[in-house]
Design a protein around this ligand. Structure first.
Ligand code: PLP
Length: 381
């Protein structure tokens, strides 16, 4: 059976006419950099998410860097973030000379555990950077309460959960700022690189625009050190089309996740993703845990799936605090007790998840996973 981790072509074919027209309009107007498509997309996604300001930038990594620059983060400052994430979450802080301080996760949701934040706060802490991992928002009430108590900014890394709500508000719009990635495989993905910073604070919005534009609001009047980071017109036009489908795209992912959950119901070796009751899970990834009493089972399953050509991935095999960029003394970092992060890295496995996943594909995938794990029990490594 033909399977893909992410079926970008299938999704394109389902909206081909709209996308082709959008791309042709940008070329027709030569509106490649900034211009009407970018402005229109910023306005439409701001209205969709219910946030005052959206500033399009080059990618999700730049969005984090620019957000931290807008806070004035500099050498010696600290940010508190999870380690069970993509390296970009704390890369920006390190680039600015700040110290990433890693906190453990809640083992059920894989998101930053608010109980692990307070013990890591020092007088140098400037911001908390929760990551809404795999499609599910973090416990924002608790994180915002800590932010208020210690007067810390909260920057939500929302690269993976666009369109999900925490209680009544969209992820990424609750903290001081939020960031988005429009990398092609994301829930709202463009056809190249793209990202955005979200905020309700007008002064911060102005500063973000300034920094993203070489530190200038007026040509040849550069006020601060900035960067060149912009969402381009072609990506904005594609995103305008896809934003109209975001609700349906996320529903398709949730339907696929429901089918996976159902298929794994009787498999005691698989822990299905936990969905917290007060927030949506929009399933950027469908990530299972392989039960703990069988050490080595996750890696054996991965080898078996590879042999069967069933796409899958391990997000994340090495927690960020253990990556060479941190451990080899290139820049300072700190980490708390990371026991849940370490066990997640050993147990997780993500299965194909995208908008085009058919029920029979899920039956095929889950059948192989289940059968392998049932037999693995009697033949331990
Ligand atoms: C959690 C997280 N943060 C940040 C990023 C960076 O986004 P981009 O690839 O657009 O720079 C990603 C992208 O993979 C991500 O998953």
């Amino acid at each position: 059976m033909e399977l893909q981790m992410v079926d970008l072509r299938g999704q394109y074919l389902s909206i081909k006419d709209e996308i082709d027209l959008a791309i042709a309009s940008v070329i027709d107007k030569s509106a490649f950099v900034k211009g009407p498509f970018v402005a229109e997309f910023e306005n439409q996604i701001a209205a969709y998410l219910g946030v005052n300001h959206v500033i399009g930038v080059g990618n999700g990594t730049d969005a984090l860097q620019i957000a931290l620059m807008a806070l004035g983060l500099g050498p010696g400052d600290e940010i508190i973030a999870p380690s069970f994430t993509f390296v970009a979450t704390t890369e920006a802080a390190a680039l600015l000379g700040a110290v990433p301080v890693f906190a453990d996760i809640d083992p059920s949701t894989f998101n930053l555990d608010p109980n692990c934040i307070e013990p890591l706060i020092t007088e140098r802490t400037k911001a908390i950077v929760p990551v809404h991992l795999f499609g599910q928002p973090s416990d924002m009430d608790s994180i915002m309460a800590i932010g208020r108590k210690y007067q810390l900014a909260v920057v939500e890394d929302n690269a993976q959960s666009v369109g999900s709500k925490y209680k009544k508000r969209y992820a990424g719009t609750i903290g001081t700022m939020g960031t988005l990635s429009f990398f092609p495989s994301k829930n709202l993905g463009c056809y190249g690189d793209g990202g955005a910073v979200l905020t309700n604070d007008s002064d911060l919005a102005e500063r973000i625009r300034l920094i993203a534009n070489h530190g200038a609001n007026k040509k040849y009047h550069n006020e601060v050190v900035g960067v060149n980071s912009r969402l381009d017109g072609l990506q904005a036009a594609i995103l305008l089309v896809k934003l109209n489908h975001l609700r349906d795209f996320n529903s398709a992912r949730i339907t696929a996740a429901d089918r996976y959950d159902h298929a794994f119901e009787d498999c005691r070796f698989v822990t299905i993703p936990v969905r917290a009751t007060d927030r949506d899970h929009v399933f950027h990834q469908y990530t299972i845990r392989i039960a703990h009493e069988f050490p080595g089972a996750r890696d054996a399953l991965s080898a078996f799936l590879r042999e069967k050509r069933i796409p899958h991935a391990i997000y994340y095999p090495v927690p960020v605090h253990l990556l060479p960029v941190n451990t080899e003394g290139i820049h300072p970092y700190r980490a708390g007790d990371m026991r849940h992060t370490l066990s997640a890295a050993e147990q997780v496995l993500s299965l194909p998840m995208h908008t085009e996943l058919a029920p029979e594909q899920i039956t095929f995938i889950t059948g192989h996973v289940t059968r392998f794990l049932e037999s693995y029990e009697s033949v331990p490594a």
